[in-house]
Design a protein around this ligand. Structure first.
Ligand SMILES: Cc1cc2nc3c(=O)[nH]c(=O)nc-3n(C[C@H](O)[C@H](O)[C@H](O)COP(=O)(O)OP(=O)(O)OC[C@H]3O[C@@H](n4cnc5c(N)ncnc54)[C@H](O)[C@@H]3O)c2cc1C
Length: 296
């Protein structure tokens, strides 16, 4: 049984924040695809709910003047999967959205809920972590911006105050970058990620690697970046040897656990393989051209 007490449906951000201030114990509910499951399973006791469903201003996806992207917290995965602006400015997020759940879940689930629930397996997270998204969080008394890397505190733990509403995400510009998101799960559809890897890659005019960003999901207690693996590639010419070293180093930066889904040792093998494949694909999309001596 759903254990819902009071139910409010504000129509604006200001109304939402006022309701949250008056009822700090109430839970925000977006698509409800996590929250309702937890209520149904008895993991959440009876709770009052503030629905975000009617807050249209939270659904906005728009271009920022600097070449970046604004994504409102209530943007659904179905929308992210087919929105031309997302495809243009952060296609790895659209890839993640397409890999998520099934059509019914994608129609309801929001990017805000995906990040606020703190799940390490979130398919929205690796792209946002690779792109260094900023979260815009607001209370009735003010606003703050938090880099996504600092928002995740641990498994299912995020830096979100009880009276805070996530308005959305500022995605810095990544003009000229190529990218790739690979979700690894035993089933191709309707399965939670066993591992996720998002890579962004930019090249110098002479073809050397200018910037490489690698983000992993389900590889540590929070979604992570792999700074040592990234640094190896900086200023280098792409080659099989380099990709191998990047993959091997990324594994040393991850700390996967044993779970009923997979053993940690298996995950380590797969992390290395996923990183290598995603780096190669991102490099190709950035304009990298194959050397005849390499299999790239
Ligand atoms: C069958 C099924 C398949 C699934 N498959 C996948 C999958 O493949 N990949 C994946 O990543 N996930 C999957 N999920 C999990 C879930 O759908 C996602 O995590 C989803 O993005 C959650 O978003 P939501 O809008 O439904 O969040 P909700 O359930 O509404 O909320 C989740 C949490 O976030 C908080 N919250 C929501 N919005 C805000 C906001 N704007 N400000 C502050 N707090 C907020 C809520 O209070 C709650 O604590 C699946 C779930 C189901 C049931």
């Amino acid at each position: 049984m759903y254990s819902i007490g009071n139910w409010w449906e504000p129509a604006t951000v200001d109304e939402t924040l006022a309701t949250l201030k008056d009822h700090p114990d109430a839970r925000l509910i977006a698509g409800g695809t996590d929250l309702i499951i937890k209520m149904n399973g008895g993991q959440i006791d009876e709770t009052d709910c503030i629905s975000l469903h009617k807050v249209e201003e939270l659904r906005d996806i728009s271009a920022l003047e600097d070449g970046g992207l604004w994504i409102g917290a209530m943007a659904t995965f179905a929308r992210l999967a087919k929105e031309p602006l997302v495809e243009e400015r952060l296609p790895i997020l659209a890839q993640g959205a397409r890999s998520m759940g099934g059509p019914q879940i994608r129609n309801m689930a929001t990017l805000g809920g995906n990040v606020c629930n703190g799940a390490v397996s979130a398919d929205g997270a690796p792209a946002l972590v690779a792109a260094e998204a900023l979260l815009v969080l607001r209370t009735a008394d003010g606003e703050r911006r938090v880099p996504i890397g600092e928002f995740y505190l641990g498994p299912s733990k995020v830096d979100l105050k009880p009276d805070e509403l996530l308005l959305g995400f500022v995605i810095p510009p990544h003009v000229g970058y190529g990218g790739e998101y690979i979700k690894f799960s035993p089933r191709k559809a309707m399965d939670i990620s066993m591992l996720g890897c998002a890579v962004l890659c930019a090249l110098e005019d002479d073809g050397r690697i200018r910037d490489l960003k690698i983000a992993l999901g389900t590889s540590a207690p929070t979604p992570i970046r792999c700074p040592q693996a990234e640094a190896l590639a900086s200023g280098e010419v792409m080659s099989d040897a380099l990709v191998n070293r990047v993959g091997e180093t990324a594994v040393t930066e991850a700390s996967p656990r044993n779970s009923w889904r997979a053993a940690a040792d298996y995950r380590k093998i797969m992390i290395e393989e996923l990183v290598k494949r995603a780096v190669k694909a991102a490099w190709h999309r950035a304009g990298g051209e194959t050397d005849e001596n390499d299999s790239m």
